[in-house]
Design a protein around this ligand. Structure first.
Ligand SMILES: Cc1cc2nc3c(=O)[nH]c(=O)nc-3n(C[C@H](O)[C@H](O)[C@H](O)COP(=O)(O)OP(=O)(O)OC[C@H]3O[C@@H](n4cnc5c(N)ncnc54)[C@H](O)[C@@H]3O)c2cc1C
Length: 388
């Protein structure tokens, strides 16, 4: 039997696994093997994503991950010779309650203090000028960041993987990891549907399936799948296609331009955890009601429910990712639990995980230890309230 050896095995060939592979190979660690159980990349959450990227978060670690990732996406083509589809059309948070204004103001101060220069607080009148089509009778104001925007997650993922492959990485498709082998030193290899691979370093980049992969290493990882549904509209010209992502904070409804129409999203609070990926036709009615409530011209928006889809968020109890080594299993690293932000944080995650594997520390964020796995056991949870 041929024995394959790898310096690092990455489980999962979505945008996170691909970014880690690129960052590792760019840093000189060439013998990297990415395991993807599907016949093609992108069949997990990456291919279902809305592609939003923003630095408007409330915690320093999330803001700093975006401060690495968004400029990375903006320069993606220059660096990797492949388009990321980045469009800096901004994110506009629209507040109609005083509590939300206070929240945005506090975030704005924190974001500015961390060096985000492109974020501003907007009075209601400015929002009205920017997008006169919004119903503004209850609007108190909002915040806008011009460098937030959207990317094409599939293109960024394939760009990362193509260049990682040129730099020495290998992608195995139809390769499901079924066992993580351990010895007295820690990780010693992986068993896959395509054979055994000897390695001392395994990275869990399995998205919404991360808990199952962690179990293979004997770890209970609190990452749970949560369905999210997106509804694209038919072509529509009565709202500007140059619009930012607009978030109605009163109910969480948000939308952005997509092609000649708009992509509508709303995280239904009634949704429960589980591997549900069917699109529910009744969701169309709910989301169109929210849409027309904030944007009256959206009453005329045509939607074909057959073009709508559902995918999975990978939720942690505190809506923050889990990154880094697992002390109980030497050689086992986590890049999981993005809670709906895995596309926007994939570049930073790739750099952080590569740094932690190769040198044991990173400067991408001030304190990466806040994202450690052991925060759950210690009860040291973070709270990010701006989950979209
Ligand atoms: C509707 C929707 C909208 C979203 N909108 C946004 C957004 O606007 N902005 C944003 O940043 N994020 C968004 N997200 C979240 C984002 O898509 C995810 O956080 C991101 O794609 C996670 O990437 P990943 O590579 O970790 O996971 P995935 O893309 O799911 O990749 C994991 C891969 O691991 C593979 N795998 C699993 N188990 C095994 C195994 N045992 N062996 C081998 N392979 C395995 C799977 O087949 C899969 O391909 C959205 C998600 C959804 C569903």
């Amino acid at each position: 039997m041929t024995v394959t050896n790898a310096d690092v095995v990455i489980i999962g060939g979505g945008i996170v696994g691909s970014s880690i592979a690129w960052h590792l190979t760019a840093a000189g660690c060439k013998n990297v093997l990415v395991m993807e159980r599907e016949s093609a990349q992108g069949k997990g959450s990456t291919g279902k994503s809305m592609g939003g990227v923003r630095a408007q978060f409330s915690t320093p670690v999330n803001i700093q991950m975006s401060l690495y990732s968004i400029p990375f996406y903006a320069r993606f083509e220059e660096t990797l010779g492949h388009p990321s589809g980045y469009r800096g059309q901004g994110y506009l948070f629209v507040a109609s309650r005083e509590a939300h204004m206070a929240y945005l103001r506090a975030n704005f101060e924190r974001q500015r203090a961390l060096g985000l220069k492109t974020v501003e607080m907007l009075p209601a009148a400015e929002i009205g000028k920017m997008l006169p089509q919004l119903r503004a009778d209850d609007v108190l104001g909002g915040s806008f960041c011009s460098t937030d925007g959207f990317v094409d997650p599939y293109s960024a993922m394939t760009g990362f993987m193509a260049r990682a492959s040129e730099q020495g990485a290998t992608l195995w498709k139809k390769a499901e990891v079924t066992r993580i082998a351990l010895d007295q030193r820690g990780v010693s290899g992986v068993e896959t549907t395509r054979g055994h691979v000897a390695t001392r370093v395994v990275v869990n980049a399995a998205g919404a399936w991360a808990a199952q992969v962690a179990k293979l290493a004997g770890i209970d990882l609190p990452v749970e799948p949560l369905r999210r549904m997106l509804v694209p509209s038919e072509p529509f010209d009565d709202f500007p296609h140059s619009s930012p992502m607009v978030i109605d904070m009163s109910n969480g409804f948000h939308f952005r331009p997509e092609g000649r129409g708009f992509l509508l999203a709303w995280n239904d609070p009634a949704e429960t955890h589980g591997y549900k990926t069917d699109f529910e036709p009744a969701f169309v009615e709910k989301i169109l009601t929210l849409a027309a409530n904030r944007v009256p011209v959206f009453e005329n928006l045509a939607v074909n429910p057959k073009r709508a889809w559902a995918g999975l968020y990978e939720m942690t109890p505190d809506h923050h990712s889990v990154l880094g080594a697992v002390p109980q299993v030497p050689g086992f690293f986590l890049a999981n639990g993005f809670s709906g932000h895995g596309v926007m944080h994939a570049p930073a995650t790739g750099k952080i995980v590569s740094d932690l594997i190769l040198q044991g520390n990173t400067t991408v964020v001030d304190d990466v230890s806040v994202l450690n796995f052991d925060r759950f056991a210690k009860g040291a949870l973070l709270e990010e309230t701006a989950v979209l």
